[in-house]
Design a binder for this molecule. Structure first.
Ligand code: 13P
Ligand code: SF4
Length: 393
């Protein structure tokens, strides 16, 4: 009979908890961190808003709170700056006098903030389990192995790696070491133009949809110019000829939130609301994006709806916290969610008011919790790729 060793005893291996439902434990396959070590205030505490306000006021200029557009309303109300991942990367260093940067977003964004802020600034992620399932789809070892395959195939010298912001600091550093660039959904076209001025092929990590949609819809590539590298198959599941012919090598990753929208969602919406405008994020599948009227990052979506005429109808294919906020902000416009099923980003949603209160109150006591820290060498090379992005024309 085999027995399972006691927790902490020799031979004990921590169970894999892919969803970290309670925010505790570790997930060795994830770019995100581990458990929340503190006592969280209960979500039912009626004083939470007041407590967050008081802790933030006590910290004053010492804290800078950044909030991604997909955050809950209860959290976003405390952000000093809100934005998409590009704007937040630009803004991370905007308050060098603040020793604490509280990042209300997901793990890879907080890592980028740590890389881009000064050494004396400490970045805090209120819940370490706020990761990104897409970022988890490309691990450092897999990407190194992919590069070896490209070398074996004799094409590595032609390839410029480009990674979406939604990737771990390790992957950004890999890209920095290999002469590549980071991009976001706001500047993917500019990043790819830059990359193709340096090499004839691009390895695009980790979101196949953003890569394909940008190459085909904005740069005039044919679908056949793009191939998908599957890290779970030998040689990525591609033949030597495919490696030679492809202009765009897309990593097999996707966003599980944006991946839910389908062509059927668009058809159903058009049938129900004939004058509807379909507005989607480029992380949606190609079959959805080709049917849409407008495509762009979260900042673009916000701007488009702000500028839309009163009375116009919009079905929006992106995360639900943002769509709901925009519908409330523009009651004169008919703003709907593109899919029938409720579709929050579960990891973005992990940052809730109890976690924010817990981290702000700890900072107000001088205790830094859930610090996100990227080691110096990784930060150096990741900064090379991030600075290249920030310098794009
Ligand atoms: P943005 O680049 O539009 O902020 O999107 C980030 C993200 O995680 C979308 O899923
Ligand atoms: Fe990641 Fe998708 Fe959530 Fe964005 S919406 S953080 S890509 S899982």
């Amino acid at each position: 009979m085999t027995t399972t060793p006691e927790i902490g005893a020799p031979g004990f291996t921590e169970p894999r908890l892919p969803l970290l439902l309670l925010g505790a434990g570790t997930d060795p396959d994830s770019e995100r961190g581990v458990d929340c070590p503190g006592e969280l205030p209960p979500a039912s505490d009626p004083e939470l808003v007041e407590r967050a306000r008081a802790a933030k006021a006590a910290l004053g200029e010492q804290v800078f709170v950044l909030g991604h557009h997909y955050q809950r309303d209860e959290v976003i109300q405390f952000a000093d700056v809100t934005g998409d991942s590009f704007k937040l990367a630009q803004q991370a260093a905007a308050r060098p006098q603040a020793p604490y940067v509280v990042f209300c977003g997901v793990h890879f964004m907080a890592e980028s903030a740590d890389i881009l802020t000064a050494d004396h600034q400490q970045v805090v992620l209120p819940d370490l389990a706020a990761g990104c399932s897409m970022a988890d789809m490309a691990t450092f070892d897999q990407v190194e192995e992919c590069w070896e395959v490209l070398e074996d195939m004799g094409v590595a010298d032609d390839v410029v790696p480009v990674t979406y912001m939604n990737s771990s600091a390790d992957i950004k550093a890999f890209v920095g070491r290999h002469g590549g660039v980071v991009c976001t959904s706001s500047n993917a076209r500019r990043a790819l133009d830059w990359a193709y001025s340096k090499g004839s092929k691009v390895l695009f990590l980790p979101d196949q949809h953003l890569g394909r949609n940008t190459a085909v819809l904005e740069m005039g590539f044919a679908l056949e110019d793009c191939v998908v590298y599957n890290p779970h198959r030998p040689d990525g599941g591609l033949t030597p000829q495919q490696f030679r012919d492809a202009r765009m090598l897309l990593w097999r990753g996707h966003c599980s939130v944006h991946g839910r929208f389908t062509k059927q969602s668009v058809d159903d919406m058009r049938e129900q609301v004939p004058d509807v405008n379909i507005l989607v994020h480029p992380e949606c599948r190609h079959e959805v994006v080709v049917e849409a009227d407008y495509i762009g990052s979260t900042e673009y979506i916000i701007r488009t709806l702000a500028e839309a005429p009163a009375g116009s109808s919009w079905a929006v294919g992106t995360e639900l916290n943002l769509v709901r906020r925009l519908a409330n902000r523009h009651p004169d416009k008919n703003i709907m969610f593109l899919d029938r099923t409720v579709c929050f980003c579960s990891t973005m949603n992990r940052i809730d008011l109890p976690h924010l209160v817990w981290s702000l109150e700890a900072l107000a006591r001088g205790e830094v919790v859930n610090r996100i820290r990227v080691d110096e060498e990784t930060a150096h090379y990741a900064r090379v790729a991030l600075d290249q992005m920030l310098a794009l024309p």
